[in-house]
Design a binder for this molecule. Structure first.
Ligand SMILES: Nc1ncnc2c1ncn2[C@@H]1O[C@H](COP(=O)(O)OP(=O)(O)O)[C@@H](O)[C@H]1O
Ligand SMILES: CC(C)(COP(=O)(O)O)[C@@H](O)C(=O)NCCC(=O)O
Length: 581
């Protein structure tokens, strides 16, 4: 087997996806932990075969292109494999669960060459929870009256329990053992309802914004309380205090107000309370049906939010008269993805996956008890040190993508110089280009230097040194610099049309050659020995720059003409400390 491919398959076997109705969750293994974009679990306790980190990332399903880019550039490319036109050359099998494993199978195959090995969603959720409860210390906790308490899980007394996964919708699963489970109920009033209705009612744009609003709101403004009906007194005969909610949003009936008259904060608060309360109640009723005392709540709806957990806990406590316990999980949102990830271990016939098997079996979480997160906004109530990493994940992955550092730059593969004309010591390499110029025409299905420059850009741009291994590397350096300049011009261009104009203007600028003012790398190329050589090199640079610009536009903007932040964020980089124009 080609060593490159074998390394690739080993790496990729360490990725699992859960593609849900709202979010895509990724879990991937990094042996050295240096390509974890977000939260992670440290794996290995000194006796495991492989040590490293389980890394987590999430994306909105509606922005699936971001996820594809993330995998392409942070996971596939990081494995050292080159891609042709952004697409992997080989088909790779990856564990995937959730509805999107079916819905987006063709897309992943077409765009990344990834074939999904599908795992059932409920099965993955259960595997994920069992894995966490058995291997990760301080994973489960209770949250009641502002008190968080970690729960010591006795592995011999884990079952039965009720798993309530609050995703877009809610699934309730009775778990009796490893692989022994039954989905006993569910409700369509879940995280999707909170976010969907919240958007309609408050005009907020995101889940975080809706949470932020709900933090500042007061549900009593809109919810009808028992006291509102009973003239301020409790209805003690049936155990309802005057402050209990009698009817969510009930005050809106008689307030004589329009939606605009209410503060969005109060609306968001009532909504969060309504959904959480309802789920807590249905969960309890199902626990009661089967005599289950322990209820674990998971899913990204919870997001470690005190108010949500408190409401759910109170509902369970209230209805069960303290008999049943609501418990939460620190990796609440990644249950399905973790479950799919652990299913690699079942493929014991695969030698490549063996180390991975051990890793998963012997995972040890080193969790920090750092509470500094409490001072951060929105997630101020998110649980503990591990959640800081999730917090970082949300901001880092969403706003500042990066290729994590390799030890070495990517070099050009064009080391063969035979038959290639040179100007100023630079090989005038063939291009897949219809643009007029001195470059020989390359076959369309072959990688050319522009492909290399674009593919390697987001890794190479981080280096302040670029050891030159061949003359083609000089051209690669020049183009990396040029892409950096072009991205700077695209910064702030909100549409492809505006970006195209900016790039056309860049193309109209003079192109200096070595020895002339403004040439970015004095000494990189030799000085032209004649005017003809200077003109030949200038014309080649013009052609290769224009070709690069065209291909850059097609990756820096999406098909719908909006900017691709995974590219434009790199405008801020400064390649080899060269000051950008
Ligand atoms: N950044 C976010 N963007 C959108 N929804 C979020 C976000 N964070 C938490 N949520 C909540 O989590 C829910 C999705 O939870 P998840 O467990 O990922 O379910 P699914 O598998 O259906 O996508 C959303 O409906 C929303 O209520
Ligand atoms: C269909 C689903 C399993 C999909 O999972 P999700 O993407 O919501 O995590 C879930 O949305 C669900 O269980 N909905 C509730 C359906 C019901 O029991 O009424």
């Amino acid at each position: 087997m080609d060593p490159k491919n074998s390394r690739f398959s080993t790496q990729i076997s360490h990725l699992a996806l859960d593609i849900g109705g709202t979010l895509i969750k990724l879990v991937y293994f990094s042996p050295n932990g240096d390509n974890c974009e977000g939260g992670s679990i440290v794996v290995g306790n000194g006796c495991s075969v492989v040590q490293g980190r389980l890394c987590f990332a999430k994306f909105e399903t509606r922005k699936i292109d971001d996820c594809l880019d993330f995998i392409r550039f942070n996971i596939l490319q990081h494995s050292g494999v080159q891609h042709t036109n952004g697409t992997a050359r080989d088909k790779l099998s990856v564990k995937a669960t959730g509805g999107g494993a079916f819905k987006f199978a063709d897309l992943f195959k077409e765009k990344l060459g990834i074939v999904f090995d599908k795992e059932d969603e409920m099965h993955s959720l259960v595997c994920g929870v069992n894995f966490l409860l058995k291997t990760v210390p301080r994973e489960a906790f209770t949250y009641l009256d502002g008190q968080k308490e970690f729960v010591q899980i006795d592995h011999n007394d884990l079952y039965p329990y009720l798993l309530v996964n609050i995703g877009s919708g809610v699934s309730m699963i009775k778990v009796d053992g490893d692989g022994k489970y039954e989905r006993i109920s569910g409700t369509s009033l879940g995280g999707g309802t909170f976010l969907g209705l919240g958007k309609l009612l408050t005009n907020c744009k995101s889940f975080d914004e809706l949470l932020e609003l709900s933090h500042q709101g007061n549900n009593r403004v809109i919810d009808m309380l028992v006291g509102d009906i009973y003239g301020g007194t409790d209805y003690s005969k049936i155990g309802l205090s005057s402050t209990a909610i009698a009817s969510s949003f009930g005050k809106a009936i008689s307030d004589g107000k329009e939606l605009e008259d209410y503060q969005p904060e109060d609306v968001a608060r009532s909504l969060l309370r309504m959904i959480s309360n309802n789920i807590g109640q249905i969960a309890y009723l199902n626990a009661l049906r089967f005599g289950l005392k322990r209820i674990f709540f998971g899913g990204f709806f919870i997001r470690g939010l005190e108010y949500t957990m408190d409401t759910i806990s109170v509902a369970v406590h209230f209805w069960s008269r303290g008999e049943a316990k609501a418990m939460f999980l620190r990796h609440e949102g990644f249950l399905g993805a973790l479950g799919a990830f652990t299913s690699y271990k079942d493929q014991s016939h695969s030698t490549e996956l063996k180390p991975h098997h051990h890793t998963v079996e012997r995972a040890v979480l080193k969790c920090s008890d750092d509470d500094s997160f409490r001072h951060t906004p929105v997630t101020a109530n998110v649980n503990d040190g591990e959640a800081i990493e999730f917090r970082r994940l949300e901001t880092t992955v969403a706003t500042s993508p990066r290729i994590l550092h390799r030890n070495q730059v990517y070099h050009s593969s064009f080391v063969e110089e035979e038959g290639i004309t040179k100007a100023c010591g630079c090989p005038l390499l063939p291009l897949k280009s219809h643009i007029k110029g001195p470059a020989p025409v390359s076959e369309q299905d072959r990688t050319d230097i522009v492909d290399e420059a674009i593919t390697f850009f987001r890794a190479n741009v981080f280096f302040t040194n670029f050891p030159i291994k061949s003359p083609a590397d000089k051209l690669l350096i020049y183009l990396t610099f040029y892409i950096n300049v072009a991205l700077k011009r695209l910064e702030g261009c909100r549409t492809l049309a505006v970006g195209t104009k900016a790039i056309i203007n860049l193309g109209l600028e003079d192109i200096p050659v070595p020895g002339e003012t403004g040439f970015p790398f004095p000494g990189l190329f030799s000085l032209p020995s004649s005017q003809e050589e200077a003109d030949l090199f200038r014309n080649y640079l013009k052609q290769v720059r224009e070709e690069t610009s065209g291909r850059l536009l097609s990756v820096a903007y999406r098909a719908n003409g909006t900017p691709n932040k995974w590219w434009l964020a790199f405008a801020k980089r400064k390649f080899i400390n060269v000051v950008l124009l």
